[in-house]
Design a protein around this ligand. Sequence first.
Ligand SMILES: *Cc1c(COP(=O)(O)O)cnc(C)c1O
Length: 468
Amino acid sequence: MAATSFPPDKYELVRERLRRLPAVDRVQLAWADQATGQRLDTDTIRQVLAGRRRQILAGEDADCSLAAILDDCRSALADGRCDELQPVINATGVVLHTNLGRAPLARRALAGLQTVAAGYSNLEYDLKSGERGSRYDHVTAKLCRLTGAEAALVVNNNAAAVLLAIAALVGSGEVIVSRGELVEIGGGFRVPQVIARLGGQLREVGTTNRTGIEDYRQAIGEQTRAILKVHCSNFRITGFTSLPDDRQLVDLASAHGLPAIYDIGSGYLRGGAYLPAGEKSVAEAVAAGYDLVTFSGDKLLGGPQAGIIVGKRSWVERLYGDQLLRALRIDKLSLAALAGTLDEYLDDSGGAAIPAQQMLGADPAGLRRRAGRLAKNINRTATVTAAVVPASSQAGGGALPELAIASWAVAVRHPQLTADELRNRLRRYRPPIIVRVEGGAVLIDVRCLLAGDDQKVVAALTEIGKGG
Ligand SMILES: *Cc1c(COP(=O)(O)O)cnc(C)c1O
């Protein structure tokens, strides 16, 4: 026991402190007296007491009073609530924030999700023939219509889509990739490592900033199975750079009977609502002749997590035939939400009702007015001060590197708390409000606030303001 190493007088002190720790039922009674309406379970109390006991045994002068223990229980409960999956208010201005769940779903996606989740469905049952059907059939025709591709397949996410394409088409053979496109996407997914993990060989060509069609041509050999192009989603090489045209790359691959695969990352289906200059849509990549194009469901598309593969029938069929597909398959809830999202694009509005698209394309004047109203309401009720300031939003989600989108925000300052302290309070509020700190103030970018969020922000700042 750690306490035995203390000198005798210190040892007595430790024993005395341990004795002063309240018993579990005493804490429970005191908690009930506070009438917070919140249940405190004995496990939490035991953990809190055990924590204090450890401190005491380590020789610390730990506060053993009932009040201190109750305080600890309160924060333990709050920490427990922080661990629960829950809605948060995104005031960061990052639209497709990977840590905040990327794209909020459109109304039709939610409706589809709900009807399928609550009961049985024809997930893998063909209602026309009464025989076994394919889960993929519910979205493939829609995807082909929207992108102009011959065939389509969906898996769990885009990382899985790339994995499946490489596994099915490259295997232990060689795949050619430009050195400038050997990217690591969030979460440590590195294309070279994935290829190696699958037993394949990566053939790097060109240099970091320049790769020409001749580099690809010279690299093609007996073992070559595919040419892979990867969208540089989360970084940008600028200056003296060059890459071959799509046409050149596609023609070269096809002349050698190889598939040209394009991991386009954040796939926007086709020209329309929001696609920044210089970015290619999936439909354009398909039209350019790529045999397979892979992209995420929850980036610019604005749907649920999914990996979408569209392209030429003969190559897509090879993916359908791979054993790995079973392990990467999309679940029925994501599938239902994806079908609903695609329906939004298929109707006359062309996807205008997709929340992520609305946020990305939001009218700056409207954002400014919204920030003005929010600042006014904050100043009216709370002790904090709020001012409208220009801000810079981002697409996020590794979607569009370095693309700053001019936005408007409310800069909030608290008379006593530092900006960091205020940010922490907002993060631990219910519902949590996630903000940025800039120039000594908390910034509330209004771009990603959903309906009703404004009032919740005002309520939170009012309450935090009162607490001082
Ligand atoms: C985001 C991204 C991925 C990974 O997509 P997930 O759907 O998150 O798995 C793969 N490749 C590129 C180029 C990306 O931008």
